[in-house]
Design a protein around this ligand. Structure first.
Ligand code: FES
Length: 125
């Protein structure tokens, strides 16, 4: 897939995240965050049920205390940089990374690739 530009990198402040819909799916499929000065791009997909979106409202990817990413379906918390689930029903599993780079003009670009696995049967918990 081609690289797609999402926004200027300075548009995402430290401790903030923004969702994007580069594939015109009608909902965000990738979100980009800055945490401790580092940028990350994750699929808007939770490993618990293998679905998304994670945010309960636009760009609400961080937990209320601002210390973790959070899937609002069942409350799983994820480390912003490693993507690992640190609390919740998918403990030890991880978010799915999106290839990301910053171009010479400072724009954040992503290559959505094949994406995370397709959703499987929903777990019973
Ligand atoms: S679907 Fe994300 S915590 Fe359950």
């Amino acid at each position: 897939m081609p690289w797609q530009t999402l926004c200027p990198s300075e548009a995402i402040a430290d401790g903030q995240a923004r969702g994007f819909d580069p594939q015109d799916r009608g909902r965000p499929t990738v979100f980009v965050l800055r945490w401790e000065g580092e940028l990350r791009a994750w699929h808007d997909w939770c490993p618990h049920w293998g679905t998304g979106p994670m945010a309960w409202r636009r760009d609400a990817y961080f937990s209320g205390d601002g210390e973790a990413l959070m899937c609002h379906a069942h409350g799983a918390r994820f480390h912003p940089l490693s993507g690992e689930c640190t609390l919740g029903p998918c403990l030890g599993q991880s978010l799915w990374p999106v290839a990301m780079r910053v171009d010479d003009a400072g724009g954040i670009q992503v290559d959505m690739g094949d994406g995370p696995p397709m959703p499987g049967p929903a777990p019973t918990h």
